[in-house]
Design a protein around this ligand. Structure first.
Ligand SMILES: C[S@@+](CC[C@H](N)C(=O)[O-])C[C@H]1O[C@@H](n2cnc3c(N)ncnc32)[C@H](O)[C@@H]1O
Length: 220
């Protein structure tokens, strides 16, 4: 089936294989699945990332973890006009159905890739990041450490915590770490404090919509 997404830089039409309807690996959080099943939410998510990045200078070298089928570069290319873009994704179905033309696609597990390319902007469009995963999951913490060590000037992280913190069973985790009641109003502030204290990055812009919250950070 063909799906057209109306994005800020113009319409983007892509072919979603029949398996996009939920077979094999293509289900749940898979990009082909949500393009097929939730095109309006997908438009919203890509529009949020586009507006998050729109003020960055042109000509950056970009490294994207969880690059999927290339929706982000396809959506923001004309906005940020990168010099180079490398994407890593673990899923062969993403490589097979990759839609963006500029990026270099690396098939692999982001936790296992040995050498990250030099980048001005790192994009982490994770499927499931939340603030607690960043200290409770050693692999995630180590990945963040590795990115911070590269010292990109800008760093984007997609995060879904905002959509979960109304649930009371999440509150003690934040209370124990930060000593405050987490709310949708202070979540970004807690994220900012965590990144400053642990990795030397501060949140400079934030957008929300399409199922996640998007933080743009800059090295302090
Ligand atoms: C929210 S989607 C991102 C979609 C992407 N922005 C796009 O344009 O299609 C998350 C992606 O993370 C990938 N992923 C999950 N775990 C991964 C890992 N350990 N290493 C690399 N990619 C991974 C999935 O295959 C999926 O494509």
């Amino acid at each position: 089936m063909k799906v057209t997404l109306n994005l800020p830089n113009g319409p983007l039409t892509l072919e979603v294989p029949d398996a996009g309807a939920g077979k094999g690996t293509i289900k749940g959080g898979h990009p082909l699945y949500y393009v097929a099943k939730q095109p309006r939410a997908t438009e919203n998510y890509l529009t949020q990332i586009n507006s998050l990045l729109e003020d960055l200078p042109k000509g950056l070298d970009v490294f994207e973890l969880c690059g999927g089928i290339g929706l982000v570069p396809a959506a923001v290319w004309d906005t940020i006009m990168p010099s180079s873009w490398t994407s890593v994704d673990i899923d062969p179905d993403c490589r097979k159905n990759y839609i963006a033309h500029g990026p270099h696609f690396v098939l692999g597990d982001m936790y296992e890739v040995r050498n990250f390319p030099k980048a001005d902007l790192v994009i982490c469009d994770f499927p499931n990041n939340t603030l607690p995963k960043m200290w409770r999951e050693p692999k995630r913490a180590e990945l963040f450490r590795k990115i911070a060590t590269m010292k990109p000037r800008w760093w984007e992280v997609t995060d879904v915590g905002y959509y979960w913190i109304h649930l009371a069973n999440h509150w003690p985790i934040y209370q124990e770490k930060f000593g405050v009641q987490v709310t949708r109003q202070n979540y970004a502030n807690l994220f900012d404090c965590f990144m400053r204290d642990n990795y030397g990055y501060k949140v400079t812009k934030m957008t929300v919509g399409g199922g996640a919250q998007y933080f743009l950070m800059e090295a302090v």
